[in-house]
Design a protein. Structure first.
Length: 122
């Protein structure tokens, strides 16, 4: 689990770094920067898909399961709080089966939140 978390952190930082010190003067350079950012997001989502798949098949138990669920939820919430990332993710999942484990994980999180006592009393 530690190597997976380390890889998530590495590719997450790489994705975030892709937005810093970006400069372009031509449309072609803008396209190249956009493609680099998209590829870094895809790499990050691929690693997150592996984590979601591990959780989906119940390969972890006990505290390690809880830690991975919490970690994945926090990373996805952080990513999807950004409008650009949320939009890019929405475009990617239009293809059936793409990031199905992440989608399933997010659906479970949403269902869990909608059934929590705080959600029902609000």
């Amino acid at each position: 689990m530690i190597p997976l978390n380390a890889e998530i952190r590495t590719v997450f930082e790489d994705y975030l770094d892709s937005f810093h010190n970006v400069s372009f003067t031509t449309y072609e350079e803008l396209q190249a920067v956009s493609l680099r950012i998209k590829l870094k997001l895809e790499r990050l989502l691929n690693v997150l898909e592996i984590a979601a798949a591990i959780l989906q098949e119940n390969s972890l138990s006990g505290v390690s399961n809880l830690l991975m669920r919490d970690y994945l939820e926090r990373v996805l919430n952080t990513l999807l709080a950004d409008d650009r990332t949320r939009s890019a993710f929405a475009d990617m999942i239009r293809v059936p089966g793409t990031y199905a484990c992440i989608q399933g994980f997010l659906d479970k999180v949403a269902t869990k939140k909608s059934h929590s006592p705080a959600a029902t009393t609000a």
